[in-house]
Design a protein around this ligand. Structure first.
Ligand code: SR1
Ligand code: MG
Length: 408
């Protein structure tokens, strides 16, 4: 009996090599295998196993008993089942944009998937000022398909409820409820606030009762609106990209929630890249050019999402009442409202909460970092408070540009 069938333990590189030889039948008998842990996320361990001889390589991702970022977060390794299953489901819905899963191992809580080493993590690439002209088109196809085709508008309602049940993800949802909707909006001990930003946060966010009330409403919507099967953590660190290809990875936060959660995360994280370029680029021409591309991308993400979602609706809606005149616009309006709100929460929580983003923390000039943080917080607050009025990509960008003008 192999040590891998006796019971779960967290693997080191040497164990993964042994696992590849003993359990996986995907390499030649004379393969010359090497293994490296390459994960840099907050939760899991990611190993790349490569055969020097054939050039073949795969990824093994294992969930540990707690989060990498802090042992305080005890999260069941069953999240690896959720991740493997949703990757397979998303592959059926949007094959071009999802890595292929080869195997899920419920004992070792790991899954084996396609190696995407010819792609790079999008956040890193954006911080190197790379452009991806196909990104807006790719990500909007992925989101429109995965969000609409898993909803009650299209699915048989009993089949959809079975998916809701299968993707109940209480521990990972609790992380989002705490880290996104609660802790950034008060002086929580787990927050990690840059000293030059603290006073601004106290005055503009924590003391603003109108804002706090809105965040409470949003938290309850997140917890109760089982609208679509979400990716649940769709930031630029969850996207592998190259010029002609976009792959969405790391859906372990998947569950049935408000569709705007995914769209809002994409928008907020593009804004982090935008503010990174604003603060870090010295060359004015390069800054204008790169921010111009990001602006166009943000606008396209919003507007293409709307177009594709509505086109898919026409083609796939099955629920009788969803075809009543005006219901499609009502439904989309709610998603746009949630998109703005979630983008707002994400902008605030990555500045004040425990899990930051490198786009902002890597800004070396501390005054510029403080300005970038205040801009993100102000955009975030405005998105939350004005969420009912943002209907197009231009509406989002007007707010971004307005705050850049105001905060010097
Ligand atoms: C404890 S996990 C912290 C953050 O990392 C993940 O990527 C999610 O964004 C989560 O909120
Ligand atoms: Mg992740």
């Amino acid at each position: 009996m192999s040590k891998f069938s006796k019971g779960y333990f967290t693997m080191k590189e040497a164990d993964v090599l042994e696992y590849a030889k003993d359990v996986l039948n995907c390499f030649d008998f004379d393969a010359v295998l090497s293994c490296k842990e390459i994960g840099d996320g907050n939760l899991n361990y990611v190993f790349r196993i490569a055969d020097e001889k054939s050039g073949k390589s795969i990824i093994l991702k294992q969930a540990g008993p707690c989060a990498r970022i802090s042992e305080e977060f005890k999260v069941s390794p069953d999240r690896n089942r959720i991740e493997s299953e949703i990757l397979q489901l998303q592959y059926q819905l949007a094959e071009e944009f999802v890595p292929k899963v080869f195997k899920y191992d419920p004992i070792m809580n790991c899954c084996i998937m396609e190696d995407l080493s010819d792609h790079v993590i999008m956040r890193k690439a954006l911080m190197e000022y790379k452009k991806f002209p196909l990104f807006a088109d790719h990500i909007t196809t992925f989101m429109a398909r995965t969000l609409l085709l898993t909803s009650d508008v299209v699915m048989d309602h009993k089949a959809k409820k079975a998916l809701v049940k299968n993707f109940i993800n209480p521990e990972l949802c609790e992380i989002t409820e705490d880290l996104v909707y609660t802790e950034p909006f008060f002086d929580c001990s787990r927050n990690d606030v840059f000293s030059a930003t603290r006073e601004y946060a106290e005055r503009e966010l924590w003391a603003d009762e109108t804002l706090l009330l809105e965040t409470a409403k949003l938290k309850f919507e997140f917890m109760t609106n089982a609208q679509s099967l979400l990716h649940g953590d769709l930031h630029t660190g969850s996207i592998f990209i190259k010029e002609d290809s976009t792959k969405v990875i790391d859906p372990e936060f998947a569950f049935y929630g408000p569709a705007g959660y995914d769209v809002g995360n994409v928008i907020a994280n593009l804004i982090f890249a935008y503010e990174h370029a604003e603060a870090a680029l010295e060359d004015q021409q390069q800054k204008m050019d790169y921010k111009g591309w990001l602006e166009e991308t943000i606008i396209q993400v919003m507007d293409l999402f709307v177009q594709k979602f509505m086109a898919l609706w026409k083609e796939h809606a099955t629920e009788r009442t969803s075809k009543y005149k005006g219901f499609d616009n009502y439904y989309l309006d709610n998603i746009l409202r949630d998109t703005a709100a979630v983008a707002g929460c994400e902008l605030c929580r990555r500045i004040l909460g425990i899990a930051h983003v490198k786009d902002i923390t890597s800004i070396e000039n501390l005054e510029k970092r403080a300005r970038a943080e205040k801009i993100c917080l102000s955009i975030g607050k405005t998105f939350i408070l004005q969420r009912g009025t943002l209907k197009s990509g231009r509406d989002f960008m007007d707010i971004v540009k307005n705050w850049e003008e105001k905060i010097k």
